[in-house]
Design a protein around this ligand. Structure first.
Ligand code: NAD
Ligand code: DAU
Length: 355
């Protein structure tokens, strides 16, 4: 069996569902259930004996020790993190606590468990750390995409905390021999994405008749990857990645934020036209830019393709259409996550008008 952390969040829950759909291997899923964790993302696994959910913190050493001793996983896949850049600008404390201290404690628990395994299980064990392209900082318009050799230059409190966690993972391998793997992925999108992030926020705001808040000129570039492609990359790295290596994962799909928002508006114009006949583009509002906003991310994913034969399966056109359709069909999920705490965040970030 494997132990997954953060498996009630966006990517983690997609990973657990995908894993169990494609394999009979059980999963222990440890998630703190912060505002971003949602048991409803795992509703399809209700009553499935292959999935055990534990509400807990990766920084709780006693809990992690006891779960490892009880379940004896062959691998740990670490998704648990504070993940939203804008929240890290308003307050970085939770990012330091989970992304740095939590990863440290999880590494220590993994090291203690791994050291006590019999030789064959010890050799087969893996600690896979899920990280981000944001650790590399920002690219100028014509610069080559990030390779695994790119210098770490994190610019936000979030990316600095992820960079720190990557360094800890690396050090636990070099110093202690822990068999680690690290993936650095570009921007994901797809079902169950919390509507504080660009794509789901734009879809739910558009449908609610609210402003679509584009930071600054909207010409920042991100490299978008459909979430199940990220899941397949992680599975492949876990299966065949070389111990101690890092693998960049991306969609070969650079788009400006404004192009993304236009695409969403155009799809909604087709699928659910506004009653007044106007385009959803009329709702676009340029707002104050994010402080320290990275201008461009782009992933060079040739290493994972060359060594492990992985390439994304979804095109952006099919992925974004599926994503918009998912949000239209899951209004209850959207309503449930837009609780009081979500409204507080919207007011903090976008002001009383509540973008
Ligand atoms: P998310 O915010 O949707 O989910 C994070 C999950 O971790 C939540 O379920 C939350 O409850 C849980 N969690 C937080 N603190 C915890 C703790 N101390 N102990 C246990 N669980 C805790 O994030 P996501 O978008 O699914 O990202 C998952 C991972 O992938 C993160 O490590 C993130 O840095 C990385 N990543 C995300 C993207 C992206 O585009 N979303 C891209 C590359 C890498
Ligand atoms: O690159 C991988 C990273 O992608 C992950 O590590 C992070 O966890 C994930 O949150 C994401 O970070 P970004 O900052 O790129 O994603 P976000 O959806 O917050 O923003 C995407 C772009 O859209 C960014 O340039 C900021 C802009 N934006 C975002 C929001 C929420 C807007 O213009 N308006 C908005 O309201």
């Amino acid at each position: 069996m494997i132990l997954v952390t953060g498996g009630a969040g966006f990517i983690g829950s997609n990973f657990v569902l995908d894993w169990l759909a494609g394999s009979g291997e059980p999963v222990v899923n440890v998630d703190k259930l912060t505002y971003a964790g949602n048991r409803a993302n795992l509703a399809a696994l209700e009553g499935d004996a292959r999935h055990r959910f534990v509400q807990g913190d990766i920084g709780d050493r006693a809990l992690m020790d006891s779960l490892l001793a009880e379940h004896r996983p062959r691998a740990i896949v670490n998704f648990a993190a504070e993940s939203h850049v804008d929240r890290s600008i308003h307050g970085a404390e939770d990012f330091i606590a989970t992304n740095i201290v939590g990863t440290f404690r999880l590494l220590e628990a993994a090291r203690g468990y791994w050291a006590g395994l019999p030789a064959d299980e010890k050799a087969a064990f893996r600690f896979l750390h899920v990280s981000t392209d944001e650790v590399y900082g920002t690219l100028s318009p014509d610069a080559p995409a990030f390779t695994e050799e790119h210098v770490y230059e994190p610019n936000s409190p979030y990316s600095a905390s992820k960079a720190a966690s990557d360094h800890l993972v690396r050090a636990w391998h070099h110093t202690h021999g822990l068999p680690v793997l690290t993936t650095n992925c570009s921007n994901n999108y797809g079902p169950d994405h919390f509507p504080e992030k660009l794509i789901p926020l734009m879809i739910v705001n558009a449908l609610a008749g609210k402003p679509l808040p584009v930071y600054g000129d909207g010409q920042q570039v991100r490299d978008w990857l459909y979430v199940t492609d990220h899941c397949s990359a992680i599975r492949r790295v876990l299966q065949a990645g070389r111990v101690g290596q890092t693998y960049n994962v991306g969609g070969w799909n650079e788009k400006t934020n404004l192009a993304i928002v236009h695409t969403i508006c155009d799809l909604l114009d087709e699928l659910q036209p506004r009653a007044d006949g106007q385009s959803y583009r009329a709702q676009i509002a340029h707002v104050t830019d994010r402080p320290g906003h990275d201008r461009r991310y782009a992933i060079d994913a040739r290493k994972i393709e060359r060594e492990l034969g992985w390439r994304p399966a979804e095109t952006f056109e099919s992925g974004i259409r599926k994503t918009v359709a998912w949000y239209m069909a899951n209004a209850d999920w959207v309503r449930d996550v837009q609780s009081g705490a979500y409204c507080d965040w919207v007011a903090t970030q976008y002001g009383a008008a509540g973008a």
